[in-house]
Design a protein around this ligand. Structure first.
Ligand SMILES: Nc1ncnc2c1ncn2[C@@H]1O[C@H](COP(=O)(O)OP(=O)(O)OP(=O)(O)O)[C@@H](O)[C@H]1O
Ligand SMILES: [Mg+2]
Length: 333
């Protein structure tokens, strides 16, 4: 196993609202190693983006706060850092591709200036050298004629190219970690595959570690080494990709896998998990998934199931995993 570059431990993020304090992220823990691609999956609203943004301390609202927990970057807890040190982390240690790329590119500034500006800001390089580096970055993300494209504006690129530009911008200061929030969701399948290949190539060449936020288990299958499954702000399962996709030990993950489109499964015939994720203001007692779980019992409603180590690097937060595996409902077939 390679060196641990990031460790999130018992992260709690709260939202202050008029009617009280809501817990959006509740005790999430995971780690990321050098060169690892970790998939963060779960339905819409499960807390994937907030987890990614919390790592950069860029929560989307001032009513949100990291209430508890540690985020260790190479062993140092960045939740204790002041804003000056955090800015350095954002530039040099952790890059982020945000969920909606267009809203994070300035429409009236050329792509070259946008990338070069961050290089000047974080590394103090003169303008000319920053632009040379920006062109090199565009080349690395396979933009044709990079030197010419420096003076293009974001709207002059296609969706897939804009996403490449976002990747180039996130990598401008050579971070060791990249958080990519749904980097391929808006793209067609071919372009999606190209972007994923590009990310994997960067991992190979630079030893980049990647947190890939996605709701698409097909993307996970193609790209990730390990997977963490979120539900209503909690982690329900964590495992190496193969163990998770072929032998999940959580009924929620099983439902997610069953509801993915695949070969011979027309979209309209896919089973979906009954019901909806609970609202943060009305969370059920015990396991948050129990109201939607076909296998829930009194014990599931009574207490929060801990994330239990069930195999090497495989953890699940289901109290019934052992029984369900014995009955061949869960686990490897
Ligand atoms: N700016 C905000 N103000 C208030 N609540 C928010 C805000 N952003 C997110 N939330 C709430 O926090 C929870 C987690 O949201 P988050 O954006 O992390 O979900 P997600 O897993 O990224 O979903 P998606 O797949 O739709 O992007 C949700 O309940 C959401 O409603
Ligand atoms: Mg999101």
């Amino acid at each position: 196993m390679t060196a641990k570059v990031l460790e999130v431990e018992d992260l709690v993020v709260t939202i202050h609202t008029a009617s009280g304090v809501l817990t959006a992220i509740d005790g999430v823990s995971f780690e990321l190693h050098e060169g690892e691609v970790l998939g963060l999956v779960g339905e819409s609203g499960s807390g994937k983006t907030l987890t990614g943004r919390a790592i950069l301390r860029l929560l989307p609202s001032r009513r949100m706060a990291i209430q508890r927990g540690a985020i260790r970057l190479n062993g140092e807890d960045i939740t204790k850092f002041d804003e000056t040190r955090m800015r350095r982390v954002r530039g040099r240690s952790v890059g982020m591709i945000f969920q909606n790329p267009t809203s994070h590119l300035d429409p009236v500034m050329t792509v070259g200036s946008q990338i070069a500006e961050s290089i000047r800001f974080y590394e103090g390089l003169p303008r000319k050298e920053s632009l040379v580096r920006a062109a090199e970055l565009l080349r690395q993300v396979d933009i044709p004629d990079p030197a010419v494209r420096l003076s293009s504006f974001p709207h002059e690129f296609s969706g897939g190219m804009r996403q490449r530009v976002m990747i180039a911008a996130a990598l401008a200061c050579r971070p060791k970690i990249l958080i990519a929030d749904e980097p391929t969701t808006a793209l067609d399948v071919t372009v999606q595959a190209q972007i994923l290949r590009l990310l994997l190539g960067l991992r190979e060449r630079r030893g980049l570690s990647i947190i890939l936020v996605t709701h698409d288990l097909g993307v996970v299958a193609q790209t990730c080494d390990t997977v963490a499954v979120m539900y209503a702000g909690r982690l329900l399962e964590r495992a190496p990709k193969r163990n998770l996709l072929r032998g999940t030990l959580h009924p929620y993950t099983m439902g997610l896998i069953a509801s993915q489109p695949g070969k011979g499964k027309p979209r309209e015939e896919l089973p979906s998990i009954f019901g909806q994720q609970p609202s943060l203001s009305d969370l059920p007692e015990g396991c948050r998934f129990h109201p939607r779980c076909d296998y829930s019992e009194a014990q599931c409603r009574a207490a929060v199931p801990p994330l239990e180590e069930v195999d090497v690097n495989h953890q699940t937060a289901c109290r019934r995993w052992r029984e369900l595996a014995k009955q061949k409902i869960l686990g490897a077939a």
